[in-house]
Write a protein that binds this ligand. Sequence first.
Ligand SMILES: *[C@@H]1O[C@H](CO)[C@@H](O)[C@H](O)[C@H]1NC(C)=O
Ligand SMILES: *[C@@H]1O[C@H](CO)[C@@H](O)[C@H](O)[C@H]1NC(C)=O
Ligand SMILES: *[C@@H]1O[C@H](CO)[C@@H](O)[C@H](O)[C@H]1NC(C)=O
Ligand SMILES: *[C@@H]1O[C@H](CO)[C@@H](O)[C@H](O)[C@H]1NC(C)=O
Ligand SMILES: *[C@@H]1O[C@H](CO)[C@@H](O)[C@H](O)[C@H]1NC(C)=O
Ligand SMILES: *[C@@H]1O[C@H](CO)[C@@H](O)[C@H](O)[C@H]1NC(C)=O
Ligand SMILES: *[C@@H]1O[C@H](CO)[C@@H](O)[C@H](O)[C@H]1NC(C)=O
Length: 762
Amino acid sequence: MIEGCIYNLPNPMARHASSSCLLLLLLLWISPALVSSTCNEHGEKDFYIVYMGNQADNKDEAMKAHINILSSVKQSSQKEAKESMVYSYTKSLSFNAFATKLSPDEADQMMEMEEVVGVFRNRYHKLHTTKSWDFIGLPQSAKRHLNMERDVILGVLDTGITPDSESFKDTGLGPPPSKWRGSCGPFANFSGCNNKLIGAKYFKLDGSDPPEGEILSPIDIDGHGTHTSSTAAGVPVANASLFGLANGTIRGAVPSARVAMYKVCWSTSGCSDMDILAAFDAAIHDGVDVVSISIGGPLADYSTDSISLGSFHALRRGILTVASAGNDGPDLGTVTNHAPWILTVAASGMDRAFRSRIDLGNGKSIIGSGISMFEPKAKLYPLVSGADVAKPPYDNTSSMYCISDSLDAKKVKGKVVMCRLGGTGPESTVKSSGGVGTIIADGHYLDNAQIFMASATMINTSLGDSIDKYIHSTRSPSAVIQRTQEVNVPAPFVASFSSRGPNPASKRLLKPDIAAPGVDILAAFTLKRSLTGLKGDTQFSKYSILSGTSMACPHVAGVAAYVKSFHPNWTIAAIKSAIITSAKPMSRRVNSEAEFGYGGGQLNPRRAANPGLVYDMEEISYVQFLCREGYTSAALAKLVGSRSVNCSSIVPGLSHDSLNYPTMQLALRSTKETTEAVFRRRVTNVGPALSEYKATVRAPKGVEIRVEPMILSFKKAGQKRSFKVVVKAKPMAPGKMVSALLLWQSPRHVVRSPIVIHNPSG
Ligand SMILES: *[C@@H]1O[C@H](CO)[C@@H](O)[C@H](O)[C@H]1NC(C)=O
Ligand SMILES: *[C@@H]1O[C@H](CO)[C@@H](O)[C@H](O)[C@H]1NC(C)=O
Ligand SMILES: *[C@@H]1O[C@H](CO)[C@@H](O)[C@H](O)[C@H]1NC(C)=O
Ligand SMILES: *[C@@H]1O[C@H](CO)[C@@H](O)[C@H](O)[C@H]1NC(C)=O
Ligand SMILES: *[C@@H]1O[C@H](CO)[C@@H](O)[C@H](O)[C@H]1NC(C)=O
Ligand SMILES: *[C@@H]1O[C@H](CO)[C@@H](O)[C@H](O)[C@H]1NC(C)=O
Ligand SMILES: *[C@@H]1O[C@H](CO)[C@@H](O)[C@H](O)[C@H]1NC(C)=O
């Protein structure tokens, strides 16, 4: 399947993909550089990650143990074992594991070993202004805690970074904080770090040569990592734009925070489990405060996914992981990175969109979307449908999609061509056949702007049908595509591509957690690649406009760093809670999947720094939750890294979900009887010492919610108060979900917890 191949950003072609990896060559819409040509062959030997039961005390001992176990399984000498060792995860000593190449038999034997708690095969993951900060209420003038902000380090796992970008200038910044233990280069083609970009590393443990055009260096030849890093923590750069579009000052949430890049994604292979885990190991060792990871996997459970595992070890060292929800929406149940210790981010749209007008020869105009910076030279051009201008041996089944080389140049030269979307870059095909413009018709992803390498725009299929009709109803049809303009649209809305809940891994946990801007985001880019990466594209820019939950994630990571700069001692759970309960409500009317689309709602940075109350949690709570979810000791051992986890001897949390999570989710158990559940929660006062909060509950028809007690009084900062929420829900139709709400309100704060009730058997 798609495993082993990657694509990046919302991808209009993803839905056309079948199980063949060859299709991936067609798959890439925005970022062909990230297309995979080599799929993971299920051949004899493969890379595996081996989890050991006991935490190691020191590096040498751990490595020795790894070699020993490898040599006994392979029945080889220590020297040979050493040679087959790919990597020992001993940097942070926060977990004990190694990567190696094994045959399936050897992997089975490895699992039998006394010291080993888990063995899993390495898989490959995909990558999933500025106006956006002003749009969500963090203006440049917002209150900041500069002394603290300078000490916050943001670790980004991505495609690398552009060190000479203006977004990473270190003007006015002193040396890195003393807790920093990371390093940087020197690397090939990498101008080096400074006091802003304080660390850079790359990971490529499969040992294969770097893909064509790439080198072993954290340099970003894709643009994705440069873009996400500058969105989270870039310094302000005035007058940034994409050829004048989206012109303004781009900046991160925390312009004084430090950035460390861990390159784990490569253009042909994607981002492998081995590399991701090694990057987490390094980031934990180096002393980052927040990890931002805009990468998503094939769906997996909490104990065998490298992002879930790595972020769990990060959690134990007080490091928050913020991750993208995925770009597989609007289908339900597609959300990834859904562990309770991860802050999972959906993408929302802003009130700005990019549109191009198509003028037709019959005097009508149609509005298309996308970014096309080409000024037409004539008033109108002849218009043809790709289906009518096939070049033999191709027929209209190829040419209607304007598949590469399928068009007859004699019939296309000087014309505008209408294509259905069926492959990468139809405008590139049209241009190389001498065409002057491309109208692309498709039913998906019209709410974010694709960048085109030649004059083009995108419309929906019904408008495509009407243009088809026009083409075939007149002797000399004609059209022209105007240069793209910015327009205002109603917002916020959850982007169509943003992955939706319900959480496929757990019925008791609402995911995604939060929505943040991820549509048409302008941020720093690389000059090492054209804007589209398509053949013949001559557009290069230091800034580009990208869309994806990949772009939403660094907004939240930046805000987590912002919150941390005010509250350096808060736990991960407290920071997450602050961000989720302060979110701005989004409209269920506009977003029909409601919380399954936006979680708590739209990111609200300034309120996140001052939430009033937080739902705090310790590590043991997550283990209780997993026990409650039915995880076996063996599965838990992989995660916790010790053989001794025994759910029967862990006091079960009494609550429905065993978590002190800031949101609640109830899956109905019966289609005939009322389902009842009790959620036990405890809040910590982080607002004024003397304060009183009153509960307000909103429940839809068929749902009854009781909160006990209804009033919480605090006399001190840091004081904790417990309460319970009893939810009774009548049966509802399969697949249906309804939204309820618990608000704790004081004169100065509103602490908002969505309660979702759904019938999963849909
Ligand atoms: C690295 O630098 C060399 C020499 O300047 C250049 O030819 C090559 O294209 C660069 N590669 C990358 C990936 O930047
Ligand atoms: C802003 O950028 C544009 C294009 O890059 C340039 O022409 C213009 O002079 C710049 N303006 C300022 C005030 O820097
Ligand atoms: C961007 O806006 C600034 C100030 O509003 C203006 O000076 C500059 O010329 C604009 N740049 C472009 C490329 O439009
Ligand atoms: C493609 O060609 C076939 C046979 O000539 C024709 O029946 C069909 O309608 C054409 N399809 C399109 C989309 O033009
Ligand atoms: C296609 O787009 C037009 C114009 O935006 C809109 O009026 C129409 O409802 C859309 N059709 C569909 C099927 O989405
Ligand atoms: C945070 O913790 C450190 C060390 O544990 C302590 O010295 C410091 O006072 C704490 N800061 C706050 C604001 O509580
Ligand atoms: C787990 O704990 C229970 C209760 O303490 C005990 O009876 C059981 O033997 C333990 N299981 C294992 C595998 O240690």
